[in-house]
Design a protein around this ligand. Structure first.
Ligand code: NAD
Length: 484
């Protein structure tokens, strides 16, 4: 049995309390995890503060960049261990994690090192009444100790998407991974030590939210800024915690993302893209589609094709190359997703496919498996059309006009992402411009250039990450005015 410890000041530290990490595949306990109390969280924050004033704080950018390249290389060198750990915690197919989670997790250290290496700041020459003038230039300095609170759906990728830029900007971090996915953040501690990242720069505390490490970290006044990815209501709680001490927050939160499929789309591409956006990672992707609007002339054909695709997905274990879809993250999440499957039935949805739990053999019968599910027939005010489910499911409904579908797509408190499928160039631009979301794809989904802004509108987020946008949060911009 593995024992997963906190990583504080370069050391692996056990706590008095532990909790069990269970496998999504069969509900077996796969690890005991040390739960950080206030003491451990305080030690991590103190270590992070001390590290700001140690060798790390004195590094020139070029040296910091070299160290972070080293982190990326070392993750890639230990690729299989990270892959194994991520798939053990999440149950996701290795074919997916091999292409997304682990390589992107490593790349996040490299790309933000490159951004920081190359980014300019601004300079303004100013006229003054005495005719001598003044020069204004801006400098960037780290914000200090950054608290990072993460979800379980893309554990390494989403954590390093924050830790990468935070460290590249010269900050130190205390990471609170999801209680469901403690392994890869901990393994990264070994990587940090191996490449010579100074002690205290990267710390990990394990535990839950309220009354546990999440709350202790976000309420700790030694934390200068808090960055969070997870559910909207958790983000709101964290925002309240951050109000004490007026500390900045960056929030990436939930979504109820639409896909809009026009009759003039490249049909096969729209099906392929929607298959991925609905079912990838068992539907547990913040950018995933849960509402599909299809223009009426191709509605029946689209529903039939998506049904065929969903029924072809092989439900299976991470190592099986044929696996198209793994389990949900936990029994608790399965209960939540199944409650929506029930609500759909109660509200009179037509169940096109799925709607329940697959039969799994042997000990897999105890896992968090669920059927990919498609519904039609409900109006936009049904619970499954309004609330984030975070499972492998979508509701498909027909539409008749561009104005109608824009209005319906925007009729949500969320605003994370949308996909539009059309071969009409003008329409693609026009509709994209009118969608109230932080990310809009036309004829694709999850195509990410990491230099571009990433984040949600409305209740899906506050702030933007990616490229230079991450610098806005992880640095203090200072204007220096020199009177000549
Ligand atoms: P969650 O909000 O339940 O938990 C996220 C993290 O917050 C966990 O580490 C948890 O322990 C911690 N936490 C919970 N309550 C807390 C509190 N009161 N104080 C401090 N920390 C607390 O989210 P989840 O279930 O892990 O992840 C799924 C959610 O994340 C979905 O809503 C999904 O849309 C969202 N998500 C958003 C993005 C994005 O980029 N916008 C990306 C991935 C996931």
């Amino acid at each position: 049995m593995k024992h997963i410890k906190n990583f504080i000041n370069g050391e692996f530290v056990a706590s008095a309390r532990t909790f069990e990490k269970r496998s999504p595949l069969n509900d077996a306990v796969i690890a005991q995890v040390s739960e950080a109390g206030r003491g451990e969280v305080d030690a991590a924050v103190q270590a992070a503060r001390a590290a700001l004033h140690g060798p790390w704080g004195k590094l020139v950018i070029a040296d910091r960049v070299e160290l972070l390249y080293g982190v990326a290389n070392e993750i890639n060198r230990r690729f299989d261990e990270f892959l194994e750990a991520e798939c053990a915690d999440t149950g996701k197919p290795m074919s997916l994690a091999r292409h997304i989670d682990i390589p992107r997790g490593a790349a996040n250290f490299k790309i933000f090192a490159d951004v920081v290496k190359n980014v300019p700041t601004e300079f303004f020459e100013m006229a003054t009444p005495d005719g001598l003038g003044a020069l204004n230039y801006a400098t960037r300095s780290p914000v200090g100790v950054v608290g990072i609170v993460c979800p379980w759906n893309l554990p390494l990728l989403l954590m390093t998407w924050k830790a990468g830029p935070a460290l590249a900007c010269g900050n130190t971090v205390v990471v609170k991974p999801s209680e469901e996915t403690p392994q890869t953040a901990t393994l990264l501690g070994e990587v940090m030590n191996a490449v010579g990242i100074p002690k205290g720069v990267y710390n990990v505390v394990h535990g839950f939210g309220p009354g546990s490490a999440g709350e202790f970290l976000t309420t700790h006044q030694g934390v200068n800024a808090i960055t969070f990815t997870g559910e909207t209501r958790t983000g709101a709680a964290i925002m309240k915690a951050a109000a004490d001490g007026a500390r900045p927050v960056s929030l990436e939160m939930g979504g109820k993302n639409p896909a809009i499929v026009f009759a003039d789309c490249d049909f096969d591409a729209a099906i392929e893209g929607t298959m991925r956006s609905v079912f990838s990672n068992c539907g547990q992707v913040c950018l995933g589609t849960e509402r599909v609007y299809v223009e009426r002339p191709i509605f029946d054909k689209f529903v039939a094709a998506l049904k065929l695709g969903a029924e072809k997905l092989k439900i299976g274990t991470p190592g099986d190359v044929a696996t198209g879809i793994g389990p949900l993250i936990s029994q608790e999440h399965k209960t939540k997703v199944l409650s929506y499957y029930q609500k759909a039935r109660d509200e009179g949805a037509i169940i096109v496919t799925g709607g329940g739990v697959p039969n799994m053999a042997g000990d897999l019968a105890h896992g968090a498996w669920i059927q990919p599910t498609i519904w039609t027939g409900l109006s936009d005010d049904a619970a499954i059309c309004r609330e984030e489910i975070f499972g492998p499911c979508c509701h498909i409904s027909p539409f008749d006009s561009e104005e109608e579908v824009i209005r319906r797509a925007n009729d949500t408190t969320y605003g994370l992402a949308a996909s539009i499928w059309t071969t009409n160039l003008q329409r693609g631009h026009r509709v994209a411009g009118k969608i109230e979301a932080g990310l809009v794809w036309v004829n694709s989904w999850f195509l990410r250039d990491l230099r571009t802004p990433f984040g949600g509108a409305k209740q899906s987020g506050i702030g933007r990450e990616g490229g230079v946008h991450s610098l806005e949060f992880y640095t203090e911009l200072k204007n220096i005015c020199i009177k000549l």
